[in-house]
Design a binder for this molecule. Structure first.
Ligand code: SF4
Length: 337
């Protein structure tokens, strides 16, 4: 049995330290990232630009193996869901296909601490943060199935709760030495942790942001998103507006429609007005009934959408893919292995 630590599971600080301990120059950090997370090497001997000594040192101290794919499911609408074992922590990743464009939905934590009541992941509890490498490995593995046009950081976990790893992962995804994705092709979703939004704005990654608002009233929002009692609707929207101007990036408001919770006509008017006030488009999300979650999809989607669109700068409706394999929004629960 191989007892060496997996280099892909090191957090970013320890990864940089390992490269320096291999007696490599600082720029080699980016070289090694490219070999591991873009080319997908599983043995350091393949990093031919490193000295023999450095390769031997890395091979003797670390394992470069990929996460294990415990399960791979494919739905009728060609959504693929992977269950990965990242050094003992399970996580899920999804590849969706919409009119020939492929979107990868990746996770940043195994489980989640935030316990939003409509979310199956939140019911699992929290296992651990994924390392930046474990976040990138999901893209690497999903690219084995198809080229990826867009990445959404909307899988398991709250990105603002793991920014030490999420920011280096985003830098690699957008840098020309990494995957080179335009920052407009990456969207990070958050319930809105204000210091995290500010830190992400300062980081320079400039990806698009999706704010999971899901209510227009603080009492309702606190009941479904406990984090709202710390950062309320106004705090989150103000921080998001600052993010949009600082990062020169689009911010969208996400609104999951739940029957008798947040789907009144008054809610629709208020939501539209928020969109106009903060200049953020609205993305209405149809709820996917999920075992163990006691909510119902709203029965007035059409009327609600019409009222929002009469008041908002723009509105779209998202119907999730991959429902029969539990790959849709809020359904990721690491079941099956
Ligand atoms: S919605 Fe996001 S932040 Fe809330 S419990 Fe689910 S994974 Fe965590």
């Amino acid at each position: 049995m191989n007892e060496k630590p997996l280099i892909r599971s090191l957090n970013h600080r320890l990864f940089v330290k390992a490269v320096r301990e291999a007696d490599l120059e600082k720029y080699s950090v980016d070289v090694l990232k490219k070999f591991l997370f873009k080319i997908g090497i599983t043995n350091f001997d393949e990093v031919t630009t490193f000295s023999k000594n450095a390769r031997e040192w890395l091979n003797s101290h670390f394992d470069a193996g990929l996460p294990k794919v415990l399960e791979r499911l494919r739905s009728k609408d060609e959504t693929i869901k992977l269950l990965l074992d990242c050094n003992g922590a399970k996580s899920e990743s999804v590849l969706m296909n919409s009119r020939g464009k492929r979107t990868a939905c990746i996770s940043v934590q195994s489980g989640c601490k935030l316990n939003c009541v409509f979310c199956a992941t939140g019911k699992l509890g929290f296992f651990r943060n994924l390392s930046f490498g474990e976040i990138l490995d999901q893209v690497l593995i999903l690219r084995g199935d198809a080229s990826i046009d867009r990445i959404v950081v909307m899988g398991m976990g709250e990105p603002m709760d793991n920014l030490d790893e999420v920011i280096p992962a985003l830098h690699f995804l957008t840098s020309k030495d990494g995957y080179g994705y335009s920052r407009k092709r990456i969207t990070l979703s958050t319930v809105g942790i204000v210091p995290g939004i500010e830190r992400l704005a300062d980081s320079g990654v400039g990806v698009e942001l999706a704010i999971s608002l899901h209510a227009v009233d603080d009492n309702v929002r606190s009941a479904i998103i406990p984090m709202n009692s710390k950062y309320n609707i106004e705090d989150v929207l103000k921080a998001s507006k600052l993010y949009a101007s600082k990062a020169n990036s689009k911010v969208t408001i996400e609104y999951l429609l739940l029957q008798d919770i947040n789907n009144s006509e008054d809610d629709a008017v208020k939501l539209g007005r928020i969109s106009r006030k903060y200049l953020m488009p609205i993305n209405l999300i149809v709820f996917n009934p999920t075992e163990g979650i006691e909510f119902e999809p709203a029965d007035n989607l059409e009327r609600f959408t019409k009222i929002v669109s009469d008041n908002a700068i723009a509105v779209t409706v998202r119907r999730s893919k991959g429902k029969e394999i539990s790959a849709a929004c809020g359904q990721l629960v690491m079941r099956g292995a």
